[in-house]
Design a protein around this ligand. Structure first.
Ligand SMILES: NC(=O)c1ccc[n+]([C@@H]2O[C@H](COP(=O)([O-])OP(=O)(O)OC[C@H]3O[C@@H](n4cnc5c(N)ncnc54)[C@H](OP(=O)(O)O)[C@@H]3O)[C@@H](O)[C@H]2O)c1
Length: 357
């Protein structure tokens, strides 16, 4: 079995007693894009004493300037006839690390430009739209000795690491099945990135990374995946259901939906008891454990900032220490994710224009 996500405490940023303490020399950040997650993550970045908000880029000057003013960035860049905003940002000698918050289909081009300019990179999930793009980025980062990580923030949350720990401890016995769901009805706007094939739209790339964490973190990578999905008229998956099979006989059922509200719950069921995550599967506020027919034990978790502080500290600590990959979220895990997603998309019949490049 592939080992689950157990990281020794000495290598786990979220195990630090003070999640807002500086860990070394300040890093100068460049943020690419000014959308929803760029604003949320930058709010948490501003909490770190060793983060300098240096530059932001947007396709439009108006948005770049407004974002810079809102968070106090020193510089802003926007598209013009000569170059795009992100091309200018990655060439800024005062940027150490670039955070990419564009839609998935633009991650590859922006990350490639940043790595070619000698910048470390934190790139939003989904890492890329396919394995070919992900492999190219991993090779480029490794060849240039630069830090690169997919921003799977949930991997760094104390609540999630506690869940992996409980599952691995044997307390609930041998894990036999896992169920996890994530869904919300996205407004039906065909131009929105979440629905647009050109942006890598659909539930799989946007949501499935989170339900997958629960199967992967407790059972490892599956030996088989069976997928069904509901496609839109434009050919992206509005929702998907996956059954993961393991040679041990264990199984997982994962559901991701852009059509329906879901309780966002994960359940890990073992021969001795079960573990349940409540609140949200990507940022649980509570973990409940029941052994046999005994009482339910509940563990509660506070969220620091908006929940992104732990991931940002990990990037900071790794770069300060000269690491090119995070021990918690290594590149191989992003490559494995993209390989799984490519296989699932083939079953669903979802193709992106970028697959043909
Ligand atoms: N980690 C998380 O919790 C989390 C949560 C939500 C989303 N995400 C990920 O973050 C990424 C962005 O999601 P979002 O919800 O922030 O989307 P969003 O609100 O639509 O923002 C994306 C931003 O990217 C820029 N952009 C849009 N289309 C572009 C294009 N064709 N080329 C280049 N730039 C473009 C725009 O900024 P400018 O107009 O300023 O250029 C836009 O505001 C996605 O990959 C998503 O999966 C992660």
């Amino acid at each position: 079995m592939t080992p689950p996500f157990i990281v020794p405490p000495a290598l786990l940023s979220s195990a630090d007693p003070d999640p807002l303490a500086a860990t070394g020399r300040p890093l100068r950040w460049g943020v690419v894009a000014t959308g929803r997650i760029a604003g949320t993550v930058t709010t948490d970045l501003a909490l770190l004493p060793d983060a300098v908000l240096h530059a932001v880029s947007s396709r439009e000057a108006r948005r770049a300037r407004a974002f810079a003013d809102r968070f106090g960035f020193t510089a802003w860049y926007a598209d013009d006839e000569a170059a795009s905003g992100y091309e200018k940002l990655v060439e800024d000698p005062d940027v150490d690390v670039v955070y990419i918050a564009t839609p998935h289909a633009q991650h590859h081009a922006v990350a490639k430009a940043a790595l070619r300019s000698g910048k470390h990179v934190l790139c939003e999930k989904a890492f890329t739209i396919n394995t070919r793009e992900a492999t190219e980025l991993a090779e480029l980062a490794r060849a240039n000795n630069l830090f690169l990580m997919e921003a799977v923030w949930s991997r760094f949350l104390p609540s999630m690491n506690r869940a992996w720990e409980i599952a691995a401890s044997g307390e609930i016995g041998t894990v036999q099945w896992v169920s996890a769901d994530l869904g919300f009805p996205a407004p039906p706007d065909p131009a929105a990135r979440i629905w647009a094939p050109k942006d890598g739209g659909g539930a799989l790339l946007d949501l499935t990374v989170y339900p997958l964490l629960w199967a992967w973190g407790t059972l490892g990578l599956p030996q088989s995946v069976t997928a069904v999905g509901t496609l839109t008229g434009d050919g992206v998956d509005a929702q998907n259901a996956l059954v993961l099979g393991y040679s041990s006989g264990a199984q997982a059922q994962l559901t991701s939906s852009l059509l329906a509200h879901s309780p966002r719950t994960a359940v890990v069921c073992g021969s001795e008891g079960w573990l349940r995550a409540d609140g949200s599967i990507n940022n649980p506020s509570e973990l409940s454990v029941r052994i046999g027919w005994g009482d339910v034990r509940t563990e509660s978790f506070d969220v620091v900032g908006r929940g992104y502080v732990h991931e940002l500290r990990e990037v900071t600590r790794c770069i300060q220490q000269g690491l090119t990959e995070s021990p918690t979220m290594p590149l191989e895990d992003s490559l494995d994710t993209m390989r799984l997603f490519d296989g699932i998309r083939a079953q669903l019949g979802v193709h992106y224009p970028g697959d043909r490049r």
